[in-house]
Design a protein around this ligand. Structure first.
Ligand code: AHG
Ligand code: MN
Ligand code: MN
Ligand code: MN
Length: 334
């Protein structure tokens, strides 16, 4: 019987594609894999371990943190700190970025940005959540402390990005700029196996994902686009189907596999939308482009936006290339 390649094997086989610090990036991806397994284990038993519910505090985003937001953050921070592959880390759940200052870490090449638990409002109701990660090479020289400028790089400088989706099965999906691959976790064995090689958006999609409850706040272009997707046009497969979970990871994953578009636009109450450029938009944009899709703020390519601050937000339109281009057309007409 032919056996599936493990994630560990795949990382090593493909490290020839990394232009620099090959071993280090491979080890870093393995550390993310380990932390992901630990978070997966917590999430799977959450109802039995008294770790559902609120942590009783707000994060820097002004959101009430779930206990699992805090726990997933701690797991990723401690796992990545315990190993020597990164010199710094920034997280949706931490006000400031962390700099790892000892000699081993100071000499490391990479920094990581994470959304430790995406879709955390869905935890207590047993709906799919995820973890999103984004990896950059530092700009500051090795041997020195990482600085803010290492974290504020545009998305087109990412060397790797991906997510774990804790769904009906747990899958790790990632790219290092050479296509997108997905690995399903086998809990009996404790390993991820290649199950979704070279993922590409199907050529046409007819699903749209948007929180339509915010409709009145949306810009005119998005309002008109939403009306357009709901019009009857059999040749163009309209009206589209609406699917929205409230977990970006789940909505993105479905749209990438089946074809679709995700929109979190700006609104009158949120001038740059809700999603965080560094922890959510950029990694998803990198994956989308690598899978033949597109990610835009309505006018510009997400990965070309120059971040000005750590927790910056950006309007986000992402999915099948043609679908995103149609939404951009509506935005640009207004
Ligand atoms: P997080 O749980 O990491 O804070 O992210 C929540 C994000 C994203 O996952 C989701 O698509 C979106 O917020 C949902 O927002 P609304 O509830 O406003 O639709
Ligand atoms: Mn949050
Ligand atoms: Mn999120
Ligand atoms: Mn989160």
């Amino acid at each position: 019987m032919e056996r599936h390649t493990t994630l560990g094997e795949f990382i090593i086989e493909n490290q020839k594609d990394f232009p620099y610090a090959k071993g280090e990036l491979s080890a870093l991806l393995s550390s993310i894999k380990l932390a992901g397994k630990m978070v997966n284990e917590k999430i799977n038993k959450a109802g039995l371990s008294q770790i559902l519910g609120k942590a009783g505090q707000e994060n820097i985003q002004g959101e009430s943190q779930a206990k699992l937001d805090v726990m997933a953050n701690e797991i990723f921070v401690s796992t990545l700190r315990n190993r020597g592959e990164i010199c710094g880390l920034a997280s949706e759940e931490l006000e400031d970025y962390l700099v790892f200052e000892d000699d081993i870490h100071k000499n490391a090449e990479y920094i990581v940005l994470i959304d430790p638990l995406d879709g955390s409002s869905n935890i207590d109701v047993d709906i799919t959540v995820g973890t999103i990660f984004s990896i950059y090479r530092r700009i500051t020289p090795k041997g020195t402390k990482a600085e803010l400028m290492d974290f504020l790089q545009p998305g087109n400088k990412q060397v790797a990005a991906g997510y774990l989706i804790y769904g009906t099965s747990t899958i790790l999906v990632y790219t290092t700029g050479n296509g997108v691959n997905g690995f399903t976790f086998d809990p009996g064995i404790g390993s991820f196996f290649l199950s979704h090689p070279d993922i590409k958006f199907p050529p046409v999609g007819n699903t749209y994902s948007v929180n339509e409850g915010n409709y009145v706040h949306f810009p005119q272009g998005i309002k008109k686009y939403i009306k357009w997707v709901q019009e009857l046009n059999e040749e163009e497969n309209r009206p589209f189907t609406s699917r929205y979970t409230g977990s970006l990871v789940a909505d993105f994953h479905r749209n990438m596999l089946l074809g679709g578009i995700y929109l979190y636009p700006q609104g009158t109450t949120a001038p740059k939308g809700k999603l965080r450029l560094l922890y959510e938009c950029n990694p998803m944009a990198f994956l989308a482009e690598q899978a033949g899709g597109k990610a835009s703020d309505g006018f510009r390519r997400i990965m070309e936006l120059q971040p000005e601050e750590l927790h910056e937000r950006a309007p986000f339109i992402c999915g099948n290339k043609e679908m995103v281009e149609k939404a951009e057309e509506f935005m640009q007409k207004e």
